[in-house]
Design a protein around this ligand. Structure first.
Ligand SMILES: Cc1cc2nc3c(=O)[nH]c(=O)nc-3n(C[C@H](O)[C@H](O)[C@H](O)COP(=O)(O)OP(=O)(O)OC[C@H]3O[C@@H](n4cnc5c(N)ncnc54)[C@H](O)[C@@H]3O)c2cc1C
Length: 395
């Protein structure tokens, strides 16, 4: 193989380039990135950058020197528009074509919008630097009342940052408690209390049915949110934190199967052995026969090691073993997760107390610890995470 094309110049894309070099690929690497920025880190977008505690310059994933050392061609501000595997070619939005022997799909996701809700001023999502800066400008430019829709990780972090900026915040969640699908109801209640104890108005079991708005110049501006029970919440700013949509439309007609992500085998290889997928866009088959797609930093950073090994080998010689490590910062509290956390598992507090917001909880299945959740307790968390990783490696 002489040329590799990495589509998507963010966390998973950069790690793929690094892995290609570390694993001995000395040919041509072309990185195609739709954004004009060099690769940057997204977690601060809902935290330090939004709060004004960090600048854009704190976000770069690697400095220019490190980027140069990788010896790749960076085609930034250009979109891949078509993959033609038979011809071994990627077509770009600027009309260029790249002849390539292998392709790494690292196109991540874009922020989802609720269906039927049209774009208007004051309505935001947070996925890019531009999104975060535009939201920050409104939050610090006289907004008083903010409604955040969705109390998942990103919605919760945005609510926390708005609180930090002194704004009145309402957080709307369709589930019984925040994060119940990921953490279960008991731990979800701990997160509900984290919001309400900081004065955030949390409205669970509520769905948004529309936005109220007024004419504003040549467009409209949001003034509030209608909930399905008829309640109207006033809002100067509305932020949607309702998940992401994997970016796959450019693969239409390529023969690469997609279904809420790029479908791949347990080694991140698609039906075409010369095409692999990594990061938020990759939906891989698990040992139990299901498929899973992760939307977390560590997955995007770790998955490329396996995907590139298989790409360079020309077949799947290794399966991906996710560490399942996730973190989040909200209201000055650090949350850490490792392994698998599912609703039916038994949940046991092994240290501290949820009411003190310093604890470690073990998630068990048939008596075995399968996951760990910690709040402000990094030492014990790290110990338990290592034990868990050791057990998973030998299982
Ligand atoms: C606000 C926010 C906060 C977060 N906080 C945390 C956190 O605290 N902890 C955690 O574990 N995770 C967090 N995450 C998730 C983490 O940032 C993502 O999992 C990670 O960014 C995924 O990386 P990726 O490279 O797979 O995809 P992305 O970061 O989405 O990058 C994909 C790139 O591909 C580009 N692209 C798309 N289509 C094309 C195309 N056709 N041609 C060329 N380029 C294309 C996109 O423009 C983008 O630059 C957060 C994410 C966000 C948005």
């Amino acid at each position: 193989m002489r040329t590799m094309t990495v589509v998507g110049a963010s966390l998973a894309g950069v790690n793929s380039v690094q892995q290609l070099r570390q694993q001995g690929f000395d040919g041509r690497i072309v990185v195609v990135g739709e954004e004009t920025h060099r690769p940057y880190d997204r977690p601060p977008l809902s935290k330090a950058l939004l709060a004004g505690r960090a600048d854009v310059d704190d976000l770069w994933l690697c400095d220019e020197e490190d980027q140069d050392e990788l010896g790749a061609e960076w085609r930034l501000g250009v979109r891949a528009e078509q993959l033609d595997p038979a011809a071994g070619r990627v077509r770009l939005s600027d009309g260029a074509e790249i002849d390539t022997d292998g392709v790494v799909i690292a196109t991540g996701g874009r922020a989802r919008r609720l269906p039927g809700i049209e774009d208007m001023r004051g309505l935001h999502t947070v996925r890019t630097i531009e999104d975060a800066l535009a939201l920050r400008a409104e939050l610090t430019g006289g907004a008083g009342e903010v409604v955040v829709v969705g109390a998942g990780w990103i919605g919760a972090e945005i609510a926390s940052t708005c609180h930090e900026l002194g704004l009145r915040v309402t957080l709307v969640e369709s589930g019984e408690v925040p994060l119940s699908r990921t953490l279960g109801d008991a731990m979800g209640s701990v997160f509900a209390a984290l919001h309400t104890d900081h004065g955030v108005s949390l409205r669970c079991r509520s769905r948004v049915s529309g936005l109220t708005n007024v004419a504003d110049g040549d467009g409209r501006r949001v003034t509030g949110v209608w909930l399905d029970d008829g309640t109207q919440l006033p809002a100067d700013v509305v932020v949607m934190g309702v998940g992401i949509q994997p970016v796959t439309e450019w693969l239409a007609g390529s023969g690469v199967a997609v279904d809420d992500g790029v479908l791949c085998d347990p080694g991140c290889v698609t039906e075409l052995p010369s095409v692999v997928a990594v990061g938020d866009v990759a939906r891989y088959r698990t040992a139990t026969g299901g498929t899973v797609r992760h939307e977390h930093w560590n997955n995007a950073a770790e998955q490329s090691a396996t995907a590139i090994r298989n790409l360079l080998a020309g077949s799947t010689i290794e399966h991906y073993r996710p560490s399942g490590y996730v973190w989040s910062d909200q209201y000055g509290v650090r949350l850490q997760i490792a392994g698998e956390l599912h609703q039916p598992d038994e949940v046991e507090v092994v240290d501290g107390s949820p009411s003190d917001r310093r604890f470690v909880v073990a998630y068990r299945r048939s008596g075995e610890t399968v996951g760990v959740l910690a709040m402000n307790n990094p030492k014990l968390f790290i110990r338990m995470r290592k034990q868990l990783a050791g057990r998973l490696a030998t299982s």
